[in-house]
Design a binder for this molecule. Structure first.
Ligand code: THU
Length: 127
């Protein structure tokens, strides 16, 4: 499962729509039921409207009806880690899951969403 979710994240880089940064990102989530659903970054000429690969993968999975997740993989050329906004969304939607971070040279870094977002704000803070 680990290999499959990482492989899908790597494959999703090819779908990236990144004409402004040329930084292609692929992501994939592993659902609790064992399905793998991918996403890629999609950029806008109004830069702030760009959406990261991690969030697109998660939103794709939610749109397909999945609610529970075991892992997320992200792949870039240089092993870039999820941005702050994505860390919050990963935490909110997936809770504490395994995160795989792959680069273009076959290196794989493994962490968790809790380690990526210490002292997280979350639903438990809301009335
Ligand atoms: N990007 C992601 O897809 N995920 C991240 O966690 C960081 C950044 C994308 C957004 C933009 O298309 C490009 O990488 C450069 O910031």
């Amino acid at each position: 499962m680990k290999d499959s979710v990482v492989k899908e994240a790597m494959a999703m880089r090819k779908q990236a729509v990144a004409p402004y940064s040329n930084y292609t990102v692929g992501a994939a989530v592993l659902t609790k039921s064992g399905e793998i659903i991918g996403g890629c970054n999609v950029e806008s000429s109004s830069y702030g409207l760009t959406c990261c690969a991690e969030r697109i993968a998660i939103y794709n999975a939610l749109s397909a009806g999945h609610k529970k997740f075991n892992a997320l993989a992200v792949a870039t050329a240089n092993g870039g880690k999820p941005c702050g906004a994505c860390r919050q969304v990963i935490w909110d939607i997936c809770g504490d899951i395994t995160i795989y971070i792959a680069d273009g040279n076959g290196n794989l870094f493994e962490t968790t969403s809790a380690d990526l977002l210490p002292d997280a704000f979350g639903e438990d803070m809301l009335p």
